[in-house]
Design a protein around this ligand. Structure first.
Ligand code: COA
Length: 180
């Protein structure tokens, strides 16, 4: 695994009860990402209340096992997230999506993003999901992270989503096939 400060941080899965208990910490990470310009579905001015509502909306799926939230935990607070969602379609029992790949802005470039992503890949493999999909703003830190972890670009859509400050930006789609 990566070295640096990131290695002092525990990467683990939250169950639904702990996710609910720690909604405000999850919300802080999401608000921080949006405030620093990340294109993760939300616009500038995004509030902790709205971020908590987003995470609350994930809890039922965490409880029923169709979604996993993995986090970085420094022992005092949660500092990073990644969400793994299993495809529900009967013809896609091998597929899953990655989302909300977030590291607190003060802790970036220390290897935590890569550790979270590899942990999500391992969790997918363990669940028998061998084809992973995600998308991200073209040229973003996420774009660089995914390429560095062996993800393969399969398309780009110009003007796919607004950045938090309201500019239309291109999205790049990636996939990764996991070995058994
Ligand atoms: C994307 C994100 C999670 C990366 O987290 P991180 O902890 O900084 O990533 P890591 O330190 O593990 O980086 C691993 C590798 O990814 C690449 N990388 C990550 N951020 C990069 C950046 N800003 N510029 C260039 N390469 C980058 C590098 O290859 C890096 O390895 P290196 O540091 O040895 O060069 C973080 O930047 C983030 O939270 N961004 C905002 C949210 C977001 O856009 N998420 C993705 C869309 S869902």
């Amino acid at each position: 695994m990566s070295g640096g400060t990131g290695s002092a941080i525990d990467v683990r899965r939250l169950d639904a009860a702990e996710a609910e208990a720690r909604l405000s910490e999850l919300a802080d990470i999401l608000v921080d990402a949006v405030a620093h310009g990340a294109s993760v579905n939300f616009m500038a001015g995004f509030t902790p209340e709205s971020a908590s509502a987003f995470w609350r909306s994930q809890l039922a799926a965490v409880a029923d096992g169709s979604r996993q939230i993995l986090v970085g935990d420094d022992g005092r607070r949660l500092v990073g997230t990644v969400v793994l969602t299993f495809a529900p379609q009967p013809n896609a029992p091998h597929r899953a999506e990655i989302g909300k790949m977030l590291v607190l802005s003060t802790l970036r470039r220390q290897g935590l993003g890569r550790r979270l992503l590899l942990a999500a890949e391992a969790a997918a493999r363990e669940a028998g999901r061998t084809l992973l999909l995600l998308d991200t703003e073209s040229g973003s830190a996420g774009d660089r992270l995914y390429r560095s972890c062996g993800w393969i670009e399969y398309g780009r859509v110009p003007g796919h989503a607004l950045t938090p400050d309201g500019r239309l930006a291109e999205t790049t789609m990636f996939y990764k096939r996991l070995g058994q």
